[in-house]
Design a protein around this ligand. Structure first.
Ligand code: GDP
Ligand code: MG
Length: 172
């Protein structure tokens, strides 16, 4: 049976966070269902279509190289992004502290942007420096969504994308 899609929603999805937290790996896990391979996602070129209920959502993924490019490249990325995913590494407390800066920067451009805070690398639980409760608490304070993932095992990666896209659709 054929599904009739009622509408097409186009959106940019921007990944932010410190270097090495796993931004590229999360995208690569979602796009290619793989980890640590040569098929790394291509910055700003990858498009992906998701089908949620009767909607087609066409996402353009923007990966970033981290802090060093914060002042030069980010404003043009952010201008028309509608979803921002701010990633930290649960084994690296300073990457967690830096997320405030990224969230505030994105939130400044308006309240129509969907923001998700992501604690990645939860397969490394024995090296954890940031608890899930601390992540949760920060997300409440900043009024953004929160999830923990592992790009290595794939844990919660699909859920991350589903949740941000659902949130985007509910604001339309
Ligand atoms: P980016 O700089 O934020 O894009 O980070 P990368 O995706 O390049 O990942 C940085 C390093 O962390 C690489 O060595 C990855 O293999 C590793 N990495 C990324 N995600 C995970 C994860 O979920 N678990 C583990 N154990 N390592 C990860
Ligand atoms: Mg990267």
């Amino acid at each position: 049976e054929r599904t009739e899609y009622q509408s097409l929603c186009k959106s940019k999805l921007l990944f932010l966070g410190e270097p090495s937290v796993g931004k590229t790996s999360v995208i690569t896990r979602f796009m290619y269902n793989s980890f640590g391979c040569a098929c790394q996602a291509t910055v700003g070129i990858d498009f992906l279509s998701m089908y949620l209920e009767d909607q087609i959502v066409q996402l353009q993924l923007w990966d970033t190289a981290g802090q060093e490019r914060f002042h030069s490249l980010i404003p043009s990325y952010i201008r028309d992004s509608t979803i921002a995913v701010v990633v930290y590494d649960i084994t690296n407390i300073s990457s967690f502290k830096e997320t405030d800066k990224w969230v505030e920067y994105v939130a400044e451009r308006g309240d129509d942007v969907v923001i998700m805070l992501v604690g990645n690398k939860i397969d490394l639980d024995n090296k954890r420096q940031v608890t899930a409760e601390e992540g949760e608490e920060k997300s409440r304070n900043l009024n953004v969504m929160f999830i923990e993932t592992s790009a290595k095992t794939g844990y919660n990666v699909k859920k991350l994308f589903r949740r941000v896209v659902s949130a985007l659709l509910s604001t339309r």
